[in-house]
Design a protein around this ligand. Structure first.
Ligand code: ADP
Ligand code: ADP
Length: 207
């Protein structure tokens, strides 16, 4: 299958958790704008420093910045047969720009109600060595790595509410935008991780 896949959903839907399996199934590299922005923040680049203000406030980083990052990423060799976008696009202008530079063949929307999101986000932990995502209750890390887990600065209850508001206002309308183009497949993300994974696998088979 050539072309790119978009993983779509609110913060905490499980996009990052499911992305690794989709990468194994399809061979397409994962392109996460959130991970790219966090790398820029860590490197202390001017762009990273500017993006950090938005991220810490739970607001979307301006479209021009995001589109610039994606244009650069898609020029790399491993992107030539399509990629798995995770957390991008998040606005209609981002999707319109993407349409000019990549062939999106399907958009998998992981649907999770707001009530479930807050608990997922505040309990999220990450292994800085492997990038693996865990949850203190829903997906606990092995005891031997528990000490090195980190919590994202924006994974607080106050910030997640701002991120959810941004999702509903700026990102959710994209679902209809992609449905109008017959690209949208929805899966119920309010199930166990393994059940969501098999639903996504089924959806990918039918593409
Ligand atoms: P996203 O990339 O969409 O923001 P993540 O994959 O980082 O979401 O998941 C957010 C949090 O919810 C993580 O702590 C993860 O372990 C947990 N999680 C992911 N999928 C599920 C699920 N199906 N049920 C319960 N918790 C989940
Ligand atoms: P989550 O899926 O948990 O919301 P991400 O790692 O995808 O987290 O994004 C973290 C933050 O990075 C977002 O709250 C936002 O500030 C910024 N960000 C990531 N991707 C985009 C994007 N495509 N457009 C605008 N801002 C983005």
């Amino acid at each position: 299958m050539t072309g790119s896949i978009v993983l779509f959903g609110p913060p905490g839907a499980g996009k990052g958790t499911q992305a690794g399996r989709i990468v194994s199934l399809t061979g397409k590299p994962q392109v996460s704008t959130g991970d790219m922005l966090r790398a820029a923040v860590k490197a202390g680049s001017p762009m990273g420093l500017a993006a950090k203000e938005y991220m810490d406030a739970g607001l979307l980083v301006p479209d021009e910045v995001i589109i610039g990052l994606i244009e650069e990423r898609l020029q790399q060799d491993d992107a030539s047969s399509g990629v798995l976008f995770d957390g991008f696009p998040r606005t209609i202008p981002q999707a319109e720009s993407l349409e000019q530079i990549a062939d999106v063949t399907s958009v998998i929307s992981i649907e999770v109600p707001d009530e479930a999101i807050v608990n997922r986000i505040v309990g999220r932990r990450m292994d800085p060595e492997t990038g693996e995502i865990y949850h203190i209750i829903f997906n606990p890390a092995p005891a031997e790595i528990a000490d090195r887990l980190i919590q994202r600065k924006d994974d607080t209850e106050v910030t997640v509410r701002a991120r959810l508001a941004a999702f509903h206002e700026q990102t959710a309308p994209l679902a209809q935008w992609y449905a109008d183009r017959n690209l949208l497949v929805t899966v119920d993300g309010n199930n166990d991780i393994e059940i969501v994974a098999s639903e996504i696998q089924e959806a990918l088979k039918s593409l």
